[in-house]
Design a protein around this ligand. Structure first.
Ligand code: SIN
Length: 327
């Protein structure tokens, strides 16, 4: 029998509203044990389910210190007799926590994040089935070695690509142009493919040895955006900046000039796109000349996480580029 541990962080899945038709105003009231006890007995899955309240927090309030503590706890659980961890989590930043764990959990055992778009009191709450099926997925052989995933609305999404694109509906998550890596239906867990990117045991990142993460900011580019925003980030202590650039990681000439200077001062800038797709190195911009890193198909919020971890090792843009290409 598989031992699946539910680690509760908070979010809508643990919340109740005053009325069954209210779906966006609610309060976090449920414990991890409440969530597990609300489920029907596991069908088609032989799993012993335990649970733990780790945090009760709106996911917008999570910090790097919370992520490090989560990774440490999950590593501790998976180094023992726990066969898989399901993290119940707010959906707003679930994709960020998932990618952080994908890079820092040191186990081939599954870690699956799930949540809900509707509170538990809703007349068609999505949380219970999401949790039930996430547990079925975590107990399945099919997902072992696949890295951290998000399970929402019947689909398994790789942490690296998962993205919340809709603020209220149960179909809020997508993996952008990569698509779902798997699904769960009536107890059957199906994996379609594994990501080609390395994760978990293949990364050098160790949550155990870190007490904090370097400050990395995100800037969002737009027509006429002023380059002083870059200086504001650095003045407030940023060691790196992930930019959601226009187009294929494109930069205004005035941004380019300032970024080249910042690179010489040791500040790492990653070019991502505010669109959905791959930003190629030395494509729309000359990364070699600018001292920048291409974010590939990572969103700026994911690039920020990898850059924070990369900066704990090096500020050399060539070495950081190698990490972006691998992870
Ligand atoms: C949160 O992210 O904590 C609130 C929203 C949600 O769980 O859907």
């Amino acid at each position: 029998m598989r031992h699946i541990h539910v680690l509760a962080i908070g979010g809508t899945i643990a919340s109740r509203a005053a009325d069954p038709v209210i779906c966006t105003t609610y309060a976090p009231l449920l414990s991890a044990a409440d969530l597990v006890e609300s489920l029907p007995p596991m069908r088609d899955t032989v799993a012993h389910v335990t649970s733990e309240d780790f945090l009760k927090i709106d996911s917008a309030s999570l910090t790097g210190e919370h992520w490090l503590a989560m990774a440490r706890r999950i590593n501790e659980l998976l180094s023992g007799d726990v066969d898989g961890v399901v993290v119940t989590h707010g959906t707003d930043t679930m994709e960020e926590t998932a990618y952080f764990l994908n890079l820092t959990v040191k186990s081939f055992k599954p870690v699956i994040l799930t949540g809900a778009m509707r509170p538990a009191s809703s007349m068609s709450a999505d949380g219970p089935l999401n949790l039930y099926q996430a547990i079925q997925a975590a107990a399945s052989d099919a997902v072992r070695g696949a890295g951290t995933m998000i399970f929402m609305n019947g689909t398994l999404l790789a942490a690296r690509e998962a993205c919340k694109i809709q603020p209220v509906r149960p179909d809020a998550f997508t993996a952008r142009e990569m698509g779902a890596v798997g699904c769960v239906a009536d107890g059957k867990v199906e994996m379609f493919y594994h990501s080609t990117k390395e994760h978990t045991l293949s990364t050098p990142f160790e949550a155990e040895t870190l007490t904090s993460l370097p400050k990395v900011d995100i800037l969002y580019a737009y027509a006429g955006a002023e380059p002083e925003m870059l200086d504001d980030c650095v003045k407030r202590g940023a060691k790196g900046i992930a930019i959601a650039c226009v187009g294929n990681g494109n930069l205004r000439p005035v941004w380019r000039d300032r970024i080249r200077e910042l690179a010489r001062e040791g500040i790492t800038v990653v070019r991502c796109s505010r669109a959905n797709g791959f930003v190629n190195r030395n494509g729309a911009q000359d990364d070699d000349a600018l001292g920048t890193v291409s974010g590939g198909n990572l969103s700026a919020q994911k690039a920020r996480i990898l850059l924070m971890l990369a900066l704990t090792f090096t500020s050399d843009p060539a070495e950081i580029q190698e990490m972006f290409d691998r992870f």
